[in-house]
Ligand binder design. Structure first.
Ligand code: SF4
Ligand code: SF4
Length: 336
C-alpha cells in the first residue's frame, strides 16, 4: 500500500464531489471508497448528502482515506478537500463551490473548455486543475459522466489505482446491470486518457475562498409573528437545464395533435399552451413549445407521445435557436 500523498491534521486525504441528482455522484463516491478500502487497504469512509431522491436536486459525495492504524471518527462533510470533483460546468460557479480549495487541491471539472479558460471560469486562485469533457464521452458511450470522472481520478491522485477502481466498477455494475459493464469500462478507460491537467501557482489573479458555514437566518429572535411566511417561494425562477444528461426532447409541431398526453406526463410543467381558433371557428388549446428552462431531460414525454411528435436528440447537436424557440415545424430543422 502506497503512502497517502497528503493528509490533513487528523490524518485524512479528503475528497468532495459536487453534483446534482442523476449523474451518479453517490455511486462514484461508493466506488472510490470501496476501491481505497477493500482493494488498496486504506481505512476510510464515504457518504453522500442529498435532498429528495429526485433528478435535479443537489448532491454532494464525500470520501475520506487514512492509514489503516488511524481511527475514523470524523463524519462531517469535507470542508477543505484535497480532491474536488465538479460533475457539471453549470453548477461550477455556485456559491461556495471552491470553498476550502488550496494550492495543494486537485480540482477536476467536467467541461469542454480548455484548462486556462476553465481556470478563469472558476476563478481558481491556485491548485491543480484537470478538465475533461465527460459529458461528451458519456453521450458517445451511452453511459453517465461518473465513470469517465472515475477514470480521471484513477490517474491524478497518485494513490487511487486504475486497477482497483476498474475492479470495483465491474463488481458494482455487474451485480445489478451486467449489460452496462462494457460501456462503463470503455467510459472509464476514456476518462483515464482524455483529460488535460495544469498546475496554477498562487499568482494573485483570483482570491482563495476560505470555508465558511452560513449562519442561521431565522431564529426565535427574528422569525415573523405566528410563523407566517411573508415571501413565499416560487418555482418560476428554477432552472433545471443542468439536470439534463446530454439529451433533450424536441417537439415537432408538424406532427403534434395537441392531445395533451405529454403535458400530463411531464413532472415539471414544461409544455406551453395557447388558445387558437380551429377551422370550425372554435377555440382550442394548442401545444406551442417546450420551455427548456424547466426541462430536466427525463424523456418521459417522448415515451408517451404516440404521434412521434416528440423525439430524443443529443443536446449539443441541436441548434441553440431551436432550444430558445422550443419547437420545430419539421424535424429536418434539427439537422445541421
Ligand atoms: S403527446 Fe405528442 S401529439 Fe400529444 S400534445 Fe404532446 S407532443 Fe403533441
Ligand atoms: S423530458 Fe419531457 S417530460 Fe421530462 S422534463 Fe423535459 S419536457 Fe418534461
Amino acid at each position: 500500500m502506497q503512502k497517502l500523498p497528503i493528509v490533513n491534521d487528523l490524518g485524512f486525504y479528503e475528497i468532495r464531489m459536487a453534483s446534482i441528482g442523476g449523474f451518479g455522484a453517490n455511486v462514484a463516491g461508493k466506488i472510490l471508497g470501496e476501491a481505497g478500502i477493500l482493494k488498496l487497504g486504506y481505512n476510510g469512509s464515504n457518504f453522500s448528502s442529498y435532498g429528495s431522491e429526485k433528478k435535479g436536486s443537489p448532491v454532494a459525495a464525500f470520501v475520506r482515506f487514512c492509514a489503516p492504524d488511524v481511527a475514523v471518527r470524523v463524519n462531517s462533510p469535507v470542508t477543505e478537500p484535497h480532491l474536488l470533483v465538479i460533475f457539471l460546468e453549470s453548477i461550477a460557479r455556485n456559491p461556495g463551490m471552491l470553498s476550502g480549495v488550496g494550492p495543494d487541491t486537485i480540482v477536476i471539472l467536467n467541461t469542454g473548455m480548455d484548462v486556462d479558460a476553465a481556470r478563469d471560469f472558476l476563478g481558481l486562485a491556485a491548485g491543480t486543475l484537470v478538465v475533461i469533457d465527460a459529458m461528451k464521452i458519456a453521450v458517445e458511450e451511452k453511459t453517465r459522466v461518473n465513470t469517465a470522472l472515475l477514470g480521471v481520478i484513477s490517474q491524478v491522485t497518485g494513490f487511487i489505482t486504475h486497477d482497483a477502481v476498474k475492479e470495483i466498477i465491474e463488481e458494482t455494475f455487474g451485480k445489478k446491470y451486467a449489460a452496462t459493464v462494457p460501456a462503463n469500462i470503455k467510459t472509464f478507460e476514456r476518462g483515464t486518457k482524455e483529460f488535460t491537467m495544469k498546475k496554477f501557482a498562487p499568482d494573485g489573479k483570483y482570491q482563495p475562498q476560505a470555508f465558511s458555514r452560513a449562519g442561521q437566518k431565522l431564529g426565535y429572535l427574528n422569525q415573523p409573528i405566528g410563523g407566517v411566511i411573508p415571501a413565499a417561494g416560487t418555482s418560476m425562477y428554477k432552472d433545471l437545464t443542468a439536470s439534463r444528461s446530454g439529451y433533450i426532447p424536441v417537439l415537432n409541431r408538424g406532427k403534434c395533435t395537441s392531445c395533451g398526453e405529454c403535458d400530463i406526463t411531464c413532472p415539471d410543467y414544461c409544455f406551453e399552451w395557447a388558445g387558437e381558433t380551429n377551422k370550425k371557428g372554435k377555440q382550442e388549446q394548442v401545444l406551442q413549445r417546450i420551455h427548456y428552462q424547466y426541462c430536466k431531460g427525463c424523456l418521459r414525454c417522448v415515451e408517451m407521445c404516440k404521434f412521434e411528435a416528440l423525439t430524443t436528440h443529443v443536446e449539443y447537436e441541436v441548434d441553440k435557436h431551436i432550444i430558445e424557440k422550443g419547437y420545430v415545424n419539421d424535424i429536418k430543422e434539427t439537422q445541421k
